[in-house]
Ligand binder design. Structure first.
Ligand SMILES: Cc1cc2nc3c(=O)[nH]c(=O)nc-3n(C[C@H](O)[C@H](O)[C@H](O)COP(=O)(O)OP(=O)(O)OC[C@H]3O[C@@H](n4cnc5c(N)ncnc54)[C@H](O)[C@@H]3O)c2cc1C
Length: 405
């Protein structure tokens, strides 16, 4: 689902965060129930101690991620000291932290430049005319509101993609597959070159799937300007590259992946989880283990189910705690998309500092842990902290598993 950019923290209470490390530290200090606060020790630590522990664990998690990604032949650039502002295919900008080098361009540094947005008429997911207009009419004024004064121009051009002529609808990733063929890349680059004019930066829907770095370097050399791959909507090219890289990392460590299985129930007796029942088509398997990690995502991945009068987590049948005095379904009536985020986005499984799910304040099972967006207390959409929370809570739950075993 993700656009493949690694967000750590972009906003707190709608306020833009320029330095993610400082932002995470003060968020953890102020909010012990936020997942960043929990990995810092939650309410059991003092605010300043909690902030320090959180930053240390976040750094460890990101270092682990970068080292693993590098060993699997992929790259992420950026630092915890500074958020980068990237253009999105919605014609907006977003702050993010780590991203592949060929997507890494901080638009706050574009003063005096001219951006050329390139699209293909059969790829409506990246509309260059719309993005170029938004760049001048929306992004630059919005950046000024947060104190980033830049003057820049933007224009749009359509360029046909070799090998995909005649197709009525193509995805950005298909442009990538096409450009992985050297002859197509050469032809496409030549077509852009003819339309380049005095542009200083070229933004593309995709610059290759299997060999983005090689294609990026080729294009930069031939065009003589900066070349940038735009993030894409699901199925996102960068997200797919990241997912395949994470799978490689896992296989290398001896992890066996079983795809397409759905956990439907768990056998918990006393204080221990003994097994999980998983279904694949009509085949039912009982999976036994010494410890379990619940990492099934939230509403969008279908693990949090909103019923008429309650929200449940499907795999373990956990009833999600919601405020007693509020009818959360009626919140949808007033405004489905509040700027500060829908309160239901923060619902999820509550955990203790060892990342074990809690039911009414008690640990459900001593050998069950949770991580990622299933955890309560944050909203990755508005806070722009998706993968930062996932990676750091994953490390925390792995440590929880190790200390249990
Ligand atoms: C459109 C979109 C764009 C985003 N862009 C960004 C971005 O640019 N940067 C960023 O940092 N974050 C981004 N995010 C947020 C980020 O994707 C999430 O924070 C992250 O994917 C959560 O990871 P997760 O592993 O917890 O859950 P998920 O990624 O949702 O993965 C959960 C997995 O569990 C599986 N599952 C669910 N239920 C069961 C079950 N019962 N049994 C077995 N398996 C099950 C699901 O099929 C899924 O594969 C974006 C999110 C969306 C929706």
């Amino acid at each position: 689902m993700s656009s493949g950019l690694l967000d750590v923290l972009g906003y707190v209470d709608e306020e833009l965060i320029r330095n993610p490390e400082e932002g995470v530290r003060s968020l953890s200090e102020e909010n012990p129930d936020h997942p960043y606060g929990i990995i810092g020790g939650g309410r059991e630590e003092s605010a300043s101690e909690r902030g320090q522990i959180t930053v240390k664990r976040l750094r460890e998690a990101l270092d682990f991620f970068r080292a693993g990604i590098k060993a699997a032949g992929h790259e992420y650039e950026g630092s915890l000291d500074e958020n980068v502002f990237v253009v999105t295919p919605f014609g907006t900008y977003k702050p993010t932290c780590l991203l592949p080098p060929w997507m890494y361009l901080d638009i706050s540094g574009l003063d005096g430049s001219k951006a050329l947005f390139v699209g293909s008429k059969s790829c409506p997911r990246v509309n260059p005319v719309y993005i170029a207009k938004s760049f001048e009419g929306f992004i630059l004024p919005k950046l000024r509101e947060v104190g980033i004064e830049i003057e820049a121009e933007a224009e749009a051009k359509y360029v046909g993609v070799p090998g995909l002529e005649g197709r009525r609808y193509i995805l950005p990733v298909e442009i990538g597959y096409s450009l992985d063929v050297s002859e197509n890349l050469r032809e496409y680059t030549e077509s852009i070159s003819e339309k380049l004019g005095d542009s200083t930066h070229v933004f593309l829907p995709c610059l290759g799937y299997r060999k983005p770095r090689e294609n990026w370097e080729y294009m930069k050399e031939k065009l003589g300007v900066e070349v940038v791959e735009l993030p894409s909507l699901p199925p996102s090219t960068a997200g797919m590259r990241l997912a395949s890289c994470l799978e490689k990392m896992a296989s290398k460590e001896g992890v066996e992946l079983y795809k397409g299985y759905s956990a439907v129930s768990a056998k918990i007796e006393g204080s221990k989880c003994f097994s999980v029942e998983a279904v694949h088509r009509s085949e039912v398997s009982e999976v036994e283990a010494s410890a379990f990690v619940l990492a099934t995502g939230d509403y969008i991945s279908d693990d949090l189910l909103v019923e008429k009068d309650r929200i449940v987590e499907r795999a373990f049948g956990l009833r999600i705690e919601t405020p007693e005095d509020q009818d959360y379904l009626s919140w949808l009536d007033d405004t489905p998309f509040p700027v500060s985020g829908h309160p239901a986005s923060r619902f999820g499984v509550k955990v203790d500092r060892a990342m074990r799910p809690l039911v009414k304040g008690d640990v459900l099972a001593e050998n069950l842990f949770a991580c990622g967006s299933i955890i309560a207390g944050y909203d990755y959409n508005t806070e722009k902290c998706g993968f930062g929370v996932c990676i750091s809570t994953a490390l925390a739950s792995a440590e929880g598993v190790l200390s249990y075993l």
